[in-house]
Design a protein around this ligand. Structure first.
Ligand SMILES: CC(C)(COP(=O)(O)OP(=O)(O)OC[C@H]1O[C@@H](n2cnc3c(N)ncnc32)[C@H](O)[C@@H]1OP(=O)(O)O)[C@@H](O)C(=O)NCCC(=O)NCCS
Length: 156
C-alpha cells in the first residue's frame, strides 16, 4: 500500500524543514525573518509522505491599504521535493489554502511566480489561477536572469 499523504502544522520543532525544502526547490532565497515563528500561522503546513516531510506551503493574509480587513490570502511559498511531484501534494496544498480562505470569508488567493518558469505557471493555471499582471524586475534583488514575475490570482 502506498504511504499516506498528510498535512501537518509547522511547529518550533519542525520549522527548519520549511527552510530546507524551500532552499532545495525554489529559485529564490528568503531572509531569516521569513522563518521566524511569528510569521508562521494557520496558513502554513508541511506535507508528509508517510513519515517523510516532502512539501511546504506558507501563506498569509493581505490587508488592502486603508482597510483593517484582509481580502486576499497570499501564498508566499509552495514547494514539493522533486521525487514526490505529480502525486497530488501541490494540489492538496491549494485545496487547503482554498479551504482556509473560505473559513476566513476571503474570495481571492494570489501569488507571484517566476515568469520564466512556464511549467510552474501552467501548473497554477491548471489549478484555476489566471494571470492578473506582469511585474517587471520583481526578482531582481534575487539575481535571477529575466527577473520578471507574474501575479497569479484565483477566485474562491
Ligand atoms: C509546482 C509544484 C508545487 C506542483 O506540485 P505537485 O505536487 O507536483 O503537483 P500535483 O501532483 O498536485 O499536480 C496536480 C495536477 O497538476 C498536473 N500537472 C503537473 N504538472 C503540470 C504542469 N506543468 N502543467 C499542467 N498541469 C500539471 C498533474 O497531472 C495533476 O493533474 P490531475 O489533478 O488532473 O491529475 C511542484 O512542481 C514544485 O514544487 N515546483 C518547484 C517549486 C516552485 O517553483 N513552486 C512555485 C513557486 S511558489
Amino acid at each position: 500500500m502506498a504511504p499516506s499523504i498528510q498535512l501537518d502544522n509547522i511547529t518550533p520543532n519542525n520549522k527548519k524543514l520549511l527552510q530546507l525544502i524551500n532552499e532545495v526547490t525554489l529559485p529564490v532565497k528568503f531572509s531569516d525573518d521569513y522563518y521566524k515563528e511569528s510569521s508562521l500561522n494557520g496558513f502554513s503546513k508541511l506535507s508528509y509522505y508517510g513519515e517523510t516531510p516532502v512539501g511546504v506551503v506558507k501563506a498569509k493574509l493581505q490587508v488592502p491599504q486603508g482597510s483593517s480587513t484582509p481580502n486576499i490570502v497570499y501564498i508566499e511559498s509552495l514547494a514539493v521535493l522533486e521525487p514526490y511531484r505529480g502525486l497530488g501534494i501541490g494540489k492538496q496544498f491549494i485545496d487547503f489554502i482554498k479551504q482556509q480562505a473560505h473559513i476566513s470569508y476571503i474570495h481571492e488567493v494570489t501569488l507571484h511566480v517566476w515568469a520564466k518558469d512556464e511549467k510552474v505557471v501552467q501548473w497554477y493555471q491548471k489549478q484555476g489561477f489566471v494571470v492578473k499582471e506582469k511585474v517587471p524586475d520583481y526578482y531582481k534583488a534575487h539575481g535571477l536572469e529575466s527577473p520578471d514575475a507574474l501575479l497569479l490570482s484565483l477566485q474562491v
